[in-house]
Design a protein around this ligand. Sequence first.
Ligand SMILES: *[C@@H]1O[C@H](CO)[C@@H](O)[C@H](O)[C@H]1NC(C)=O
Ligand SMILES: *[C@@H]1O[C@H](CO)[C@@H](O)[C@H](O)[C@H]1NC(C)=O
Ligand SMILES: *[C@@H]1O[C@H](CO)[C@@H](O)[C@H](O)[C@H]1NC(C)=O
Ligand SMILES: *[C@@H]1O[C@H](CO)[C@@H](O)[C@H](O)[C@H]1NC(C)=O
Length: 516
Amino acid sequence: MSLRTVVYHSQIMLGLTTWAVVGLVCFVKIAETKKPHILFVLADDYGWNDIGYHGSEIRTPNLDKLSGEGVRLENYYVQPICSPTRSQLMSGRYQIHTGLQHGVIWAPQPNALPRDSPTLPDKLKEAGYATHLVGKWHLGFYKEEYLPYNRGFDSTFGYLAGREEYYNQSRCIGGGICGTDFWEDLKPAGPIPNEYSTEMYSKRAIDIVNRHNNSKPMFMYLALQAVHEPLEVPERYKEQYTNIKNGARRTYAGMVAAMDEAIGNITAAFQANGMWDDTVMVFSTDNGGAIWAGGNNAPLRGCKATLWEGGVHGVGFVHGKALQKKGTVSNELLHVTDWYPTLVGLAGGSLNGTKPLDGFDQWKTISEGAVSPREVLLHNIDPLFEPVGDTLEGSPFDNRYRAALRWGNWKLITGNPGAGRWIPEPKSEDTHIGVDTVDTTKGIDSVNTTKNLWLFDISMDPVEKEDLSDRYPEIVMKMLTELQKLNETSVPCHYPPADPNSAPAFHGGWWGPWVQ
Ligand SMILES: *[C@@H]1O[C@H](CO)[C@@H](O)[C@H](O)[C@H]1NC(C)=O
Ligand SMILES: *[C@@H]1O[C@H](CO)[C@@H](O)[C@H](O)[C@H]1NC(C)=O
Ligand SMILES: *[C@@H]1O[C@H](CO)[C@@H](O)[C@H](O)[C@H]1NC(C)=O
Ligand SMILES: *[C@@H]1O[C@H](CO)[C@@H](O)[C@H](O)[C@H]1NC(C)=O
């Protein structure tokens, strides 16, 4: 409620005396400086067409209700894969500025989000917050100093790498190298058998809320395993979807149902503990849906691991009493790097001591519907992805390389963006869904062509049907120039080979730090 509304109501309700108004204003001022609790829910591999309010056949009553009461972010972007999105959320910085331009951080790779700039929880802790991570990290763990517990969290409970089994936290990589990936603060924990992770994480989150002293603001980063493959879910969630004929899609729908229920349970716990009215909740996917594992991004083009909209145009919304305009849809351009300054700002924190941020404080955009301060969005420049075709004559940027840039409504893509099919919602067992195998560094059936330049007007053509690069050569050149300018600020890409010493067999059966 705005100050003006409160005063207005007070005039009606109290029959205006100067004393009453002054008293209320003072009270409201104190209330307004109270730091909100922040609940950040990050879903894994959750596709554009997998949430109720996008017309999905998958029902998400809790997400629909929360987003309907809040602000749905319909022009919101994430990165096409896991570690990149998480690195930008935690640092507020593009991948070209952290050395994580290429791929994800694989379990046996000695790689991590650099420690040269404070993380989002570092900053929130500095602003007086209790900080908790429940779920997935995926930003490196080869040295203990990179464990999330050493990156700003008061408590952590979850896994360090990119994926694992839902019921026993087991993670195998090629060559039969297996181990448990599960940590609590600085200690390996578990394995905790026979508990479905969506329920396990939701119970843990509720536990944290129940034990929390409400007088201290809390940041909870709930990075769910749901709804990443492997396709595993208790039968009772799947039973709701006997109408879905495709097996992978049916299981995936069950996984989404479990996630939606978990979010209902957690928000109920915030309510029961008197915290909900002071909570700002953000919900976001980390990238587009994995169409080979039940996810779907229709009508968008492409999927997870591609630079097409199906990879990067993310599901997201914000809920909370602190929003000025509730029940609205935002079409302003937002990016995952924006959460860092936005949430630190909301927490009344300071941005001192960070390396230059690539995000913008978007609170006014989200809360009041103000125009987004963001005109340019770098999707990525990947110097290690195999170049394709020939460089455009006169181009300031080597457009054989995989990159994409947004400038207002324009989107320029160069190099090989990955599979560019439009994949409809699977309707029967005999679709390719759940059958395709995929190299996530390439995207499925990588575009077999030497074409390496596209220009789209995303506001007119959100599904990337019409390449306008021939029609607007001056826009193309302008955007290639901007790409080159950004490219010149890149740090070297860090993508080391797997280290055999990482194998869990050398570390008591756990995936965990292996370098002193
Ligand atoms: C974990 O669960 C998976 C899937 O059920 C199973 O294949 C695997 O053998 C289990 N691993 C361990 C170590 O129990
Ligand atoms: C939600 O809470 C109910 C009631 O306690 C419980 O049965 C259910 O398993 C919970 N769901 C999840 C996904 O945690
Ligand atoms: C919560 O913290 C406040 C401020 O530190 C303290 O006064 C209060 O006693 C605490 N409440 C409980 C239930 O521990
Ligand atoms: C930022 O400023 C605060 C308050 O002056 C200080 O405590 C903190 O250490 C600073 N943080 C960084 C990362 O420089």
